[in-house]
Design a protein. Structure first.
Length: 283
């Protein structure tokens, strides 16, 4: 049962919630995340998956607050098809597809769900790294693309995903960058991956701000305490908004200009595109 949702800006925070925990589900629904991802995959044990599906089926209509998404089990796994039954009985905006390897996977899922919007997690297998451009032409309602390092490191047989300095090793930085470029090429929302240490608020905030500077417009969260710093990082400041408005106004006043001066600095068409994108994210 797909319902039309409000005309809202793209979610900044996407909070994973184990779908078999009634307490955590209720807390998330009442929380401040822009979007909830009710998880039927990694955070739910095999013998709890049907209980999780039953809980989601009983949610009924959404009454405002966070937008509802469901992460199902991957295509061609035993639990995938039973997961799809939840979409017939509750008010979910879309489906999160883990271990996606190409735009064809998104198209296959959309066909099975009656064209529900899809948020694809696109870097969790070795093969997935070679298919990032295919999402541009998948001819399905793709809404967002995000990346994950944990499943990728397991798939590659890595001992660690970090280098000697404590940062992500090159392979995982590459996966992250390809996700950003692939999402922009496809015209969908680029979502940064999780920050695993939910107790390190300063580290999370720094990583989220860096992601926003690079072009990501949202970030996955694994704990409710991560929602606030993520929302703050992806919310344009009043100064940023005012500057963007000046750029847009300047080009509106001189539409044939290639370069203009705004606040004493030269701006050109790429700056206009950036300003328009920033204003589109303003709530």
């Amino acid at each position: 049962m797909m319902r039309i949702v409000e005309n809202l800006a793209a979610p900044r925070s996407w909070l994973f919630v184990p779908a078999d925990s009634e307490k955590k589900v209720a807390k998330a629904i009442a929380g401040n995340a822009d979007a909830i991802i009710f998880d039927l995959e990694d955070s739910v044990a095999i013998d709890r998956k049907q209980a999780a599906r039953d809980l989601l089926k009983g949610l009924g209509p959404r009454g405002g607050g966070p937008r509802w998404w469901v992460r199902i089990n991957p295509l061609r796994t035993d639990h995938h098809k039973p997961d799809l039954e939840v979409f017939a009985s509750a008010d979910f905006e879309g489906v999160v597809l883990p271990k996606a390897e190409s735009g064809a996977d998104v198209a296959e899922l959309a066909h099975r769900t009656g064209n529900l919007p899809v948020h694809a997690i696109v870097t969790e297998t070795a093969a997935s790294l070679f298919g990032l451009l295919s999402y541009r032409d998948c001819k399905a309602p793709l809404a967002a693309m995000s990346w994950g390092a944990e499943d990728l490191s397991a798939a590659l047989g890595a001992v660690s995903k970090y280098d000697d300095d404590g940062g992500l090793a090159f392979t995982y930085r590459l996966a992250r960058s390809l996700t950003l470029a692939g999402a922009v090429a496809a015209g969908v929302q680029p979502i940064d991956g999780v920050f695993a240490d939910f107790r390190d608020e300063a580290g999370l905030a720094a990583e989220a701000r860096a992601a926003a500077r690079e072009g990501f417009t949202g970030k996955l969260a694994i704990h409710p305490d991560q929602v606030g710093p993520i929302n703050a990082a992806f919310t344009p400041s009043p100064d940023d908004i005012a500057h963007a408005q000046k750029i847009v106004a300047a080009f509106a006043a001189e539409p044939s200009a290639g370069v203009l001066s705004v606040d004493g600095r030269m701006v050109d068409r790429p700056h206009l595109i950036q300003a328009q994108a920033l204003l589109a994210r303003v709530r």
